[in-house]
Ligand binder design. Structure first.
Ligand SMILES: Cc1ncc(COP(=O)(O)O)c(C=O)c1O
Length: 373
């Protein structure tokens, strides 16, 4: 029997306590007390015995609205992570034959959902400056079949982001051509100058929010959308959470959003300092470069093509020999995935020390043939 291929996630979860988790853009810097007290109290009160309000906790929806600062007239919804809403909206709004202008690299799960609806993505290469779409390139890619533009802002995995004026120009294309604009701002709190596409094209834009990365609550699965009622209504027909989203998860998100202004700046600055240290360590290794720096998110990619090593080999060596978990690029790019690993860095600086020590050693070890046992 051939052995099963190595599963880095199974390994990392099995060794969870020893692993530095830099593979999923998760945030390990939010002080645990931010949600700990609210969760303990909710458990004490046995809130889990009853169903939550189906449409979402009103305070949660209000806090999300305030966080985005959009004018009245938008609907806010909550689902089990942004992922669920992304699935619902592709199901509801796309039909076979539709085209969605998107990027390569990208967060490919959204592409998978688009394809499940029978539509197809038109992936524009963005692995070159400015490492994101531009209004001109979008205009040139329009066809009579174009139905949606997918803007991930900041972009997972590169960490590039859309400047306000470019966002406005892209929103105007959506408005003028009556296209849908999917503005996924999961990493918005790490961006230097965040802006809402919905301010520029309110009728066209579906904004995707998530509590996974800004609030450090990836495991609790909370996210949703903000859109005009005419857009939100058909999407909600595909809601499978008819009895509401996990009540403890909503309570934790409320506690996090209430206090976010008091801790988010410190997380941003630690994340940026971590990014600078990782880049310095990575680029001290011949053949490694960081194409997008500084990142507007809490991740970027290390291009390792010139080392002659594969991202899978680097991922595996860092994980097995150093307990540092990064992500090989093929998960994020059909065309460029062989060139890079993605590293995320909303981690305590001591964990970043481990990366800084491990990375040059891993590359060195992989480059020199190991003595046979
Ligand atoms: C761009 C983007 N959108 C959505 C998600 C998923 O968000 P959630 O955890 O809220 O489902 C991710 C997760 O990495 C992401 O990178």
């Amino acid at each position: 029997m051939t052995p099963a291929p190595f599963d880095p996630f199974a390994y990392a979860h099995a060794h969870r306590r020893e692993i530095v988790w830099m593979s999923q853009n998760t945030n390990h810097l939010v002080p645990p007390e931010v949600v700990g007290h609210a969760l303990r109290q909710a458990i004490e009160e046995r809130r889990y015995e009853g169903y939550p309000i189906a449409a979402g906790e009103p305070e949660l929806l209000q806090l999300v609205r305030e966080d985005f600062g959009l004018p009245d007239g938008f609907v806010t919804t909550v689902s089990a992570g942004a992922t669920e809403t992304l699935y619902m909206l592709t199901r509801a709004l796309l039909s076979p034959g539709d085209e969605v202008i998107a990027t390569d690299p990208s967060y490919l799960i959204i592409h998978k959902f688009i394809e499940l609806s029978g539509a197809r993505t038109v992936n524009l290469d963005v692995y070159a400056p400015p490492y994101r779409l531009t209004a001109d390139r979008i205009r040139a890619a329009l066809t009579p079949k174009t139905r949606m533009i997918l803007l991930i802002d900041p972009l997972n995995p590169l960490g590039s982001a859309y400047p306000r004026e470019e966002l406005r120009a892209i929103a105007e294309i959506a408005r003028d051509h009556k296209l849908l604009l999917l503005h996924d701002v999961t990493y918005r709190d790490f961006k230097r100058d965040p802006a809402n596409a919905a301010d520029f094209a309110p009728e066209q834009t579906i904004t995707i929010w998530s509590a996974a990365k800004n609030c450090g609550l990836a495991g609790l699965r909370v996210g949703g959308l903000i859109a005009r009622p005419e857009l939100a209504r058909p999407i909600l027909r595909y809601n499978t959470n008819d009895l509401g989203v996990n009540v403890l998860a909503q309570i934790a998100t409320i506690a996090a959003l209430r206090t976010k202004p008091t801790w988010i700046e410190s997380i941003r600055s630690t994340t940026r300092e971590n990014g600078a240290r990782i880049r310095a360590a990575a680029e001290s290794v011949p053949g490694v470069r960081v194409p997008v720096f500084p990142s507007d998110a809490n991740m970027f990619v290390l291009d390792i093509l010139d080392t002659g090593l594969t991202p899978e080999a680097v991922q595996e060596d860092l994980l097995l020999r150093h307990g540092v978990f990064v992500r090989a690029g093929n998960y994020l790019s059909p065309k460029f995935g062989h060139r890079f690993v993605r590293v995320s860095f909303s981690n305590p600086p001591a964990e970043v020390d481990r990366f800084v020590q491990a990375f040059p050693r891993a590359i060195e070890a992989l480059r020199s043939p190991r003595p046979r046992a």
